[in-house]
Design a binder for this molecule. Structure first.
Ligand code: UDP
Ligand code: MG
Length: 333
């Protein structure tokens, strides 16, 4: 009797977006190869590839990916035509692979690669989505971890569903990947999209490592833009908040008018500078804020309506050698 299909080990693709990651790629490849060999030996996966997505690097990254693909039986590369940003590069990799399971992780070895094994065990138990969440943020500076905490709390408060302390280290099964392909939005915030897919999911915890080499490509500007995308793509709470604040301001204004009138009637008029200027500034500020929030949503609509491609592929690199069971890798014919 043949084995039921779900019992057969799946094929795996490790999707790794890279922007100027030349200093780490050799080491990353070495560690990921070791992970793959272990997974294959344990029968958790039938075969595996490492897909490096070069997101418009300006250093040696792509040349290195090509070299690694020529040398390693596992390495594949996808070169985007310019820098599309981490989320888009990751998405490009996820859409490119035909593997049964994809695990996305950072090139800089900050995500504990040994957790990939735990993720695949969970997948074998029937979990279609497995989130990697950081147990602690010790290695991130306070300047990065505190805003992150507040931000996640805020997202929850506004009704967006995200997994706490989970970045983009996650496993997606084929059904989840196909479902993800159905989402049409241009402003990608995968952390918010993936929970919307549904399916059986699980969280595995890991310790966040320090960056192996090189430096972060997520400057304050990129972080703020990602944070705003997270909020404005998944909740219209700020728009509703504006309406409530507006209502509150109007009621206060009415109260103020009644108060002013009563003072006038009882003849104790104080020629009030404060009572004019304070509400003036306050309401003026509110109006500008409200317009700004509306503006953000409108500009987002504008981006979505244009529907530009989320990424453009310039080149591909495929492994030129096939893995051999005895570990000695010869060029594939
Ligand atoms: N990255 C990318 N495109 C970008 C910025 C970053 O593909 O425009 C990649 C980067 O190479 C890394 C991952 O996204 O593999 C996470 O970036 P980074 O480590 O700089 O962010 P941090 O961990 O500091 O938040
Ligand atoms: Mg990093």
């Amino acid at each position: 009797m043949s084995e039921p299909p779900e019992k057969r080990p799946p094929s795996l693709c490790l999707v790794v977006p890279c922007k100027d990651e030349a200093p780490v790629l050799e080491e990353t490849t070495r560690q990921l190869e070791a992970v793959i060999e272990r997974l294959v030996a344990r029968g958790l996966v039938a075969e595996a590839t490492i897909l490096y997505v070069d997101d418009g690097s300006t250093d040696e990254t792509w040349a290195l990916v090509e070299r690694l693909a020529a040398r390693s039986p596992y390495v594949e590369g996808l070169k985007l035509s310019r820098n599309f940003g981490h989320q888009n590069a990751l998405y490009a990799g996820l859409m490119h692979t035909r593997a049964d399971v994809a695990v996305s992780l950072d090139a800089d070895l900050q995500d504990d690669v040994t957790v990939v094994e735990t993720m695949l065990e969970a997948h074998r138990e029937g979990y279609e989505v497995v989130y990697g969440a950081r147990r602690c943020r010790r290695v991130d500076s306070l300047g990065k971890s505190l805003p992150a905490r507040i931000y996640y709390k805020l997202l929850h408060l506004m009704g967006a569903e995200v997994v706490d302390d989970h970045a983009d280290f996650r496993l997606l099964g084929r059904r989840a990947l196909d479902a993800l392909a159905e989402f049409r939005e241009v402003h990608l915030f995968l952390r918010g999209l993936v929970p919307l897919l549904g399916f059986k999911s699980k969280i595995v915890y890991y310790e966040r490592q320090a960056r192996f080499a090189g430096e972060t490509k997520y400057g304050p500007r990129k972080m703020i833009s990602l944070a705003l995308d997270g909020i404005t793509s998944f909740t219209s709470a700020p728009l509703k908040l504006i309406a409530w604040v507006g209502l509150f301001a109007s009621i206060t204004a009415i109260g103020l008018a009644i108060w002013a009138l009563s003072i006038k009637l009882f003849g104790r008029t104080v020629p009030g500078w404060t009572s004019i200027v304070v509400p003036l500034y306050f309401l003026g500020g509110l109006q500008i804020l409200a317009t700004g929030v509306l503006g953000i949503y409108v500009s987002k609509l504008y981006g979505e309506v244009k529907g530009r491609p989320r990424y453009i592929v310039e080149a591909e690199a495929r492994p030129r050698v096939k893995p051999s069971p005895n570990g000695d890798n010869r060029p594939a014919s």
